[in-house]
Design a binder for this molecule. Structure first.
Ligand SMILES: Cc1cc2nc3c(=O)[nH]c(=O)nc-3n(C[C@H](O)[C@H](O)[C@H](O)COP(=O)(O)OP(=O)(O)OC[C@H]3O[C@@H](n4cnc5c(N)ncnc54)[C@H](O)[C@@H]3O)c2cc1C
Ligand SMILES: *[C@@H]1O[C@H](CO)[C@@H](O)[C@H](O)[C@H]1NC(C)=O
Ligand SMILES: *[C@@H]1O[C@H](CO)[C@@H](O)[C@H](O)[C@H]1NC(C)=O
Ligand SMILES: *[C@@H]1O[C@H](CO)[C@@H](O)[C@H](O)[C@H]1NC(C)=O
Ligand SMILES: *[C@@H]1O[C@H](CO)[C@@H](O)[C@H](O)[C@H]1NC(C)=O
Ligand SMILES: *[C@@H]1O[C@H](CO)[C@@H](O)[C@H](O)[C@H]1NC(C)=O
Ligand SMILES: *[C@@H]1O[C@H](CO)[C@@H](O)[C@H](O)[C@H]1NC(C)=O
Length: 532
């Protein structure tokens, strides 16, 4: 009897050691152990069948489609792209808690994916063994019009948020990005901006509460997480701190009628003068006006487009522009008056708007669709001269494909202090630059060619943009600006990209990270490092 007990204890220990030790992990063993652990940890709320249905092994026939559904950059959709050991798709909060507890116990990295729009695929690829916690099922949104708030689960997409607001009210909106498939978990935790930025600031400026699952699997809200952690997950990137389950946001007022317009000019049509004047007007004009500038190379030419939203009627914006921005030559015929939700559709997809698309189109998740792309960002703090713009055109025409997007700041952005949230790029910035190149050729040569264009234009721009640090926008993830390598928690490496994304807020983020996740369980290629 004693002997049997002894043997079974030894066996149990052996099994336990091999099951839980990280070097013995095969996808199959990870799946088995994880399922067992998660079933145990969710026994109160879920059946074992339900748990089996939300965990996808590599051998599951649906594994590939679940993985590809939220890949938004085809560069990370190749056979050589790293693949998760398993994908977990929580249906309720307890599944997230259990997943964190079990994956941590097995010493496996978790990558958290909401909408999958990370430009470098950081939410679904890794340089160490990992699982994906894919939150697309956690997408409830509840709007409370009396309080002018909405509770939004992080697996929701922006289009669903805009749609839900529209269902409840035609005079409320939310300041977030223009592309309706972007996920809440990524975009809000790292800032979030759109065409209401000059009037209402960033998405994070409207967050009043949040729920997060921490590295011990506990669910915390604003009160129980405390103001430090609550500050950190409003722009510091959620994935350094835990799994954000929901954000509670304050809605904003929008008028019944708003105006959108797009004006395009080539170099022969004095586009250069237009850009010179845009730099003076766009960041300083009435904060109801948001005018994005698109610069696209054409053979021996550059096409300049001004794409705008005005929170008011066409006559008023035409008269403001006549006075302040004569180079634009805006006429009422260039304008479309519409509702706020109409302007969301127009900004998301001008063709769809023209064809009379309904707000329901904002619910379409466009699964498994992407192009190859590379993005980078910069901040411009003093206007670029006409002579320098002409050199820029020459450079862009020579490179041939890469374009630039200028997004004006000022207005509300300049009124919010640079340490109110981790996002530091406030007063003093005229506009943000996005470098934007997309392509369809899957060859390595094409990748080399287009990413080289991005690097070359970025180098060219260095005299004209912020310096020490050369600032960048976390939501425009760019691994060229620094990376924390496999298995390391290098403060020095973290500081390189950290200062660019967060400027003087980096130190506070490091302190908070060190306090809430001292073992650096929640980590990725550009997470906040721990410093003891
Ligand atoms: C087509 C397109 C248009 C865009 N337009 C805009 C725009 O107008 N304005 C703007 O500000 N940005 C824009 N972006 C950038 C976008 O905001 C970021 O890529 C954002 O991080 C994407 O969020 P996601 O949930 O879709 O991405 P994911 O890839 O799922 O996540 C991005 C990062 O956030 C982490 N994360 C995601 N969910 C959670 C969570 N619940 N808890 C903790 N961490 C989490 C991930 O681990 C990853 O590190 C655009 C991107 C694309 C591809
Ligand atoms: C499950 O329910 C029991 C009894 O109500 C409780 O003691 C236990 O903490 C619960 N477990 C989890 C993981 O919630
Ligand atoms: C990924 O690649 C597959 C082919 O292997 C293709 O069918 C799919 O559309 C691609 N998806 C994305 C998002 O690139
Ligand atoms: C989402 O809302 C539905 C309907 O109110 C509810 O049944 C469900 O439990 C909610 N899901 C989560 C994950 O909160
Ligand atoms: C994992 O869980 C097992 C079983 O509950 C426990 O014995 C072990 O200590 C845990 N390991 C870690 C690293 O948390
Ligand atoms: C461009 O500017 C010049 C000089 O101001 C002017 O003569 C010309 O008419 C402008 N061209 C267009 C197309 O507006
Ligand atoms: C938008 O404005 C353009 C230019 O005036 C016009 O041709 C078009 O019909 C308008 N579209 C809608 C949907 O109002």
């Amino acid at each position: 009897m004693e002997k049997v007990t002894h043997i079974s204890i030894t066996l149990f220990l052996l099994l336990t050691i091999s099951a839980y030790s990280s070097f013995a992990q095969t996808p199959e063993s990870v799946y088995e152990v994880f399922i067992q652990c998660l079933t145990q940890h969710t026994a109160n709320s879920s059946s074992s069948t339900q748990i089996k249905n939300i965990v996808f092994a590599q051998t599951n026939p649906s594994f590939t489609s679940v993985l590809q559904n939220y890949i938004r950059n085809s560069r990370f959709n190749t056979t050589s792209t790293s693949k998760p050991l398993i994908i977990v798709t929580p249906l309720q909060e307890s599944h997230v808690q259990g997943a964190v507890i079990c994956a941590k116990n097995m010493s496996i990295q978790i990558k958290i994916r909401s909408g999958g729009h990370d430009y470098e695929g950081v939410s679904y690829i890794s340089n160490e063994p990992f699982i994906i916690l894919d939150l697309f099922n956690l997408r409830n949104i509840s709007v409370n019009l009396e309080q002018e708030t909405a509770v939004v689960q992080t697996g929701a997409i922006l289009g669903e948020v805009y749609y839900k607001i529209w269902e409840n009210s035609k005079v409320h909106g939310f300041p977030g990005g223009a592309c309706h498939t972007v996920g809440i978990g990524g975009t809000i935790s790292s800032g979030g901006y759109g065409n209401l930025l000059r009037k209402y600031g960033l998405s994070v400026d409207r967050v009043i509460d949040a729920q997060i699952v921490d590295s011990e699997g506990k669910i915390l809200d604003r009160k129980s997480m405390g103001e430090d952690l609550f500050w950190a997950i409003r722009g510091g990137g959620g994935s350094s701190f835990g799994v954000v389950i929901s954000y509670t946001v304050k809605l904003v007022s929008v008028p019944k009628t708003v105006t959108v317009f797009r004006v395009m000019k080539t170099l022969e049509e004095n586009a250069t003068d237009l850009v010179v004047q845009w730099q003076q007007v766009a960041p300083t004009t009435d904060d109801r006006v948001f005018m994005r500038l698109l610069l696209q190379p054409r053979p021996k030419n550059v096409l300049v487009s001004v794409v705008a939203l005005f929170l008011g009627e066409a006559d008023e914006v035409v008269s403001i522009m006549e006075k302040e921005f004569p180079q634009l030559g805006l006429k009422k015929e260039d304008c479309n008056e519409t509702s706020w939700i109409g302007s969301v559709i127009w900004w998301d997809n001008g063709e769809a708007f023209k064809n009379g698309a309904k707000p329901q189109t904002l619910l379409d998740r466009n699964l498994n669709s992407a192009r190859f792309q590379k993005r980078k960002s910069d901040y411009v703090q003093k206007p670029i001269s006409k002579e320098d713009l002409e050199l820029l055109w020459k450079k862009m025409i020579e490179l041939g494909t890469i374009g630039l997007v200028f997004n004006p700041y000022g207005g509300k952005m300049a009124e919010i202090s640079s340490d109110a949230t981790p996002f530091p790029h406030r007063a003093g910035n005229l506009f943000k630059v996005q470098y934007s190149v997309s392509w369809d050729d899957p060859s390595e040569d094409a990748e080399q060619k287009y990413t080289d264009q991005a690097k070359s234009l970025y180098d060219f721009m260095s005299p004209f943009v912020s310096q020490n640090p050369r600032s960048a926008y976390l939501n425009y993830r760019d691994l060229d600006i620094g990376i924390n390598h496999f298995g390391r928690n290098s403060f020095e490496e973290g500081q390189v990209y950290g200062l660019k994304y967060f400027n003087n807020n980096f130190d506070r983020l490091v302190k908070i990270k060190t306090k809430v996740d001292p073992n650096n369980y929640f980590r990725n290629e550009q997470s906040i490092p721990v410093k003891m």
